[in-house]
Design a protein around this ligand. Structure first.
Ligand code: NAP
Length: 300
């Protein structure tokens, strides 16, 4: 927190992996947190997080760990949220603020309403737009959120001071915080993140089932591995995202399939003019998007 803000006294981090671990590291290195308590499902992960200095102590029970927490961050795969919310709902202090980092938001806010009940107005739904294809606490690093967006999707009855506290927490971690409607978040992320991940996985799977698979992977150039880097992400996380944001993802995939069909038609018809127009449109859009992003992250 900056000079005017009080550090978080006790942060309880449920799920000490890439995303949660990186947040803890960033807050610790900024001196913005008194104590970080990790909740791990295995002692092995808890001990590793302790050895790396990501947490100050750990528990394997979320229900016990949240007693006395000022802020609770849920950073596990989203399908685990209902059971975690049930486990913590009885132990939260009245003024504790709960947030999450899940990649989908409608599923999360519905689960919070159902399982966090009276405390749901002090739950601030969040999603850092940052990550790598690595997972686990060993992959975490303090700079992950620097210059990245974090989207908060508070509901009309979400406590405004709780939202402000979570926004401050992410800003201290180096992020730019913005707010968005829950369903808009899920549609936008379906197009910009969930769709490319499914495409990358589908492409690699297609080649992996090809009769010439060994030759294909051996001869694949750097571009192939650049393009499919995200297909090395955690399968459990992506299973949960597809199961909990199904409709927007299927809509995006259908739209993409229509675009692929247009390419097929143009190639079959030897329609060079259309092909060049498609490639030019895509190149212009990518170059402009990347340029704007670089200018935002490295202002002169
Ligand atoms: P991760 O590195 O695999 O970390 C997840 C952690 O959760 C692991 O330490 C895992 O324990 C733990 N865990 C799993 N089930 C648990 C349970 N029931 N109770 C307690 N701990 C449990 O995954 P991540 O990339 O940090 O992703 C975490 C969340 O962030 C997900 O909801 C994901 O949607 C979201 N997210 C991810 C990215 C990204 O690019 N990776 C970006 C934005 C948001 P073990 O160590 O025992 O496996």
């Amino acid at each position: 927190m900056n000079d005017r803000q009080t550090p978080i006294e006790r942060l309880v981090l449920i799920g000490v992996g890439l995303i949660g671990g990186s947040l803890a590291r960033a807050l610790k290195s900024a001196g913005a947190v008194g104590e970080v308590v990790g909740v791990a499902r295995s002692r092995r992960t808890g001990e590793r997080a302790l050895a790396l200095g990501v947490v100050d102590r750990f528990s394997t029970s979320a229900g016990d760990a949240v007693r006395g927490a000022s802020v609770v961050v849920i950073a596990t795969p989203v399908a685990t949220f209902p059971a975690i919310l049930d486990a913590i709902s009885g132990g939260l202090a009245d003024d504790a603020v709960v947030t999450d980092v899940g990649s989908v938001k409608r599923y999360v806010v519905d689960a919070v309403r159902k399982h966090l009940r009276a405390h749901s107005t002090r739950f601030v739904p969040g999603h850092p737009i940052a990550g790598t294809e690595q997972s686990g606490v060993d992959a975490s690093f303090a700079e992950l959120y620097r210059g990245r967006h974090v989207i908060l999707t508070p509901l009309p009855d979400t406590d405004a001071t709780a939202t402000q506290l979570i926004a401050n927490m992410w800003e201290v971690a180096g992020a730019d915080v913005l707010q968005m409607d829950v369903d808009r978040h899920d549609r936008v992320l379906a197009a910009t993140s969930h769709l490319p991940h499914v495409i990358a996985y589908a492409l690699v799977r297609f080649l992996a089932e090809h009769p010439e698979r060994e030759t294909l992977f051996e001869l694949a150039a750097g571009g192939f591995y650049d393009f499919t880097r995200i297909a090395s992400s955690d399968p459990v996380m992506w299973r949960d995202i597809c199961l909990t944001n199904g409709e927007p993802i299927v809509d995006a995939l259908r739209g993409f399939r229509a675009g692929l069909d247009a390419f097929i038609r143009a190639i079959e018809e030897h329609d060079g003019e259309t092909l060049e127009r498609f490639f030019s449109q895509a190149k212009r859009a990518r170059d402009a998007g990347l340029d704007a992003k670089n200018r935002r992250q490295n202002p002169v």
